[in-house]
Design a protein around this ligand. Structure first.
Ligand code: ATP
Ligand code: MG
Length: 410
């Protein structure tokens, strides 16, 4: 059994939603990678009794707790006081912490405000964690079954202190067996369709299967226990890939830690194959080009609001009942003028009003021309304009990716 870890974020601004609790999400990812089971996130405002109650509860149920925030100099920074009362460890003046804080201000040609002295008061028998990145020192202590770590709320200080002061010694305190997290990143398919496709793949109970969807991709996550035999990892992964086919654009955590998003994958493929590209985009309104920013293979990109104008310029008429044929003709005309060996053209059926209305769908036609070969795709886009814009940029890039790397092999 992995040790159980809880995360506790202190601050009224977290509870009221003014500050998004990025500390908890960052710390959770670190903890999972190290081999903890993260069981709970809690946020508590500036109420001493609530803090005391939570600390007491955590001391009885978790093996490790990382707490951020509330170590500052102001009266709403109550963490040390709560620890003192919850665990009957009166606050003691720490002269080293005090000297370090004085030095921090002296280095900036400032005198330390009196209120900062409070930060040098640490609970009895707590181990000080030096803060080389700010003023408030952190501290750690063992209480009951639980090892508590208290870090400042400022994310940059918290991260540096965790990485440099906590993580290096963590294996001496806990017997950790980090699992192996493998993420299949897909595009063009929803969570429920993924579930439907992979339902016949047998996922052993010891492997955790999860999904995560955001505006750019849907991820299938597989967390394998540390001792899971490699050949079985390969089998399960291959089975998943066979079911999901070309929807998977990359796999993280198998042969490489992180690969990146779709734009990153397309960039790699284009560089490897030494292709060049010209783009005509409508629905994505420049976002397609923006996603390829800095890529030397993108020779030109043109955003057109109205394809009638483009048809005139390219002397390539619009076939209103066949927008795929229209896009193909635009591609051929652009291939000649741009000198790029590949051309990506994206146009849609519908007017600006339909594009901007979240009640209306639009039909997107994407064409890729390489030499004399065409790849075509047709999609229905729904939702607000921003979503249609983003999806159309991604689906165009995906047509390119599917052509360059039809099925992913591991
Ligand atoms: P300081 O000595 O800087 O006051 P502190 O330990 O008292 O440190 P807080 O006062 O609670 O920390 O927070 C300082 C700042 O850090 C806040 O203004 C907030 O923007 C940010 N912060 C605090 N907690 C979090 C959190 N959980 N996630 C993201 N940001 C946070
Ligand atoms: Mg503060």
């Amino acid at each position: 059994m992995n040790p159980k870890l809880e995360i506790f974020s202190q601050g009224e601004e977290i509870v009221t939603g003014q500050t998004v609790d990025t500390n908890a999400s960052w710390l959770s990812q670190q903890a999972v990678q190290l081999g903890f089971t993260v069981v709970r996130h809690t946020a508590v405002g500036d109420k001493l009794e609530d803090l005391i109650q939570l600390l007491t509860d955590i001391a009885a149920r978790a093996d490790c707790c990382i707490c951020t925030g509330g170590l500052g100099p102001t009266t709403d920074d109550l963490t040390a006081e709560a620890v003192a009362q919850a665990f009957r460890r009166p606050l003691k003046f720490d002269s080293i912490a005090f000297a370090q804080m004085q030095q921090f201000f002296a280095n900036r040609n400032k005198t330390m405000p009196e209120s900062n002295c409070k930060q040098a008061m640490l609970p009895q028998h707590a181990e000080r964690i030096d803060n080389e990145w700010g003023t408030a020192p952190g501290f750690a202590l063992q209480q009951g079954r639980c090892w508590f770590v208290f870090l400042p709320g400022v994310p940059s200080e918290m991260r540096s202190m965790f990485l440099e002061k906590i993580q290096p010694g963590i294996n001496k305190r806990f017997s950790l067996k980090p699992g192996k997290l493998i993420t299949l990143k897909t595009i063009g398919i929803g969570e429920s369709d993924i579930q439907e496709r992979i339902k016949s793949v047998i996922v052993p109970e010891s492997v955790q299967l999860g999904f995560r969807a955001d505006s750019d991709e849907v991820q299938v996550k597989l967390l394998f226990p540390s001792d899971y035999p490699e050949p079985f990892v390969v089998t399960l992964l291959s089975d998943m890939l066979a079911k999901l086919g070309a929807y998977v654009f990359t796999v993280d955590g198998y042969s490489s830690e992180v690969t990146g998003d779709l734009a990153f994958v397309v960039d790699e493929l284009m560089r490897q194959a030494k292709h060049t590209l010209a783009v005509i985009e409508t629905a994505s309104q420049g976002l397609l080009a923006a996603k390829c920013i800095g890529s030397p293979w993108l020779l030109e990109a043109r955003y057109v609001q109205r394809i009638e104008k483009l048809a005139e310029k390219l002397a390539s008429p619009i076939a209103a009942d066949d927008l795929t044929a229209t896009a193909k003709a635009f591609a051929v005309a652009t291939q000649k003028s741009s000198g790029a060996d590949m051309v990506l053209v994206q146009i849609y059926a519908g007017n600006a009003e339909q594009f901007h209305s979240k009640e209306h769908v639009i039909q997107l036609f994407t064409v890729l021309l390489h030499g004399e070969h065409f790849e075509t795709a047709r999609h229905t886009l729904a939702g607000p304009a921003k979503r249609k814009q983003n999806q159309s940029a991604l689906l165009a890039l995906d047509l390119l990716r599917r052509y360059l790397q039809p099925v992913l092999m591991i």
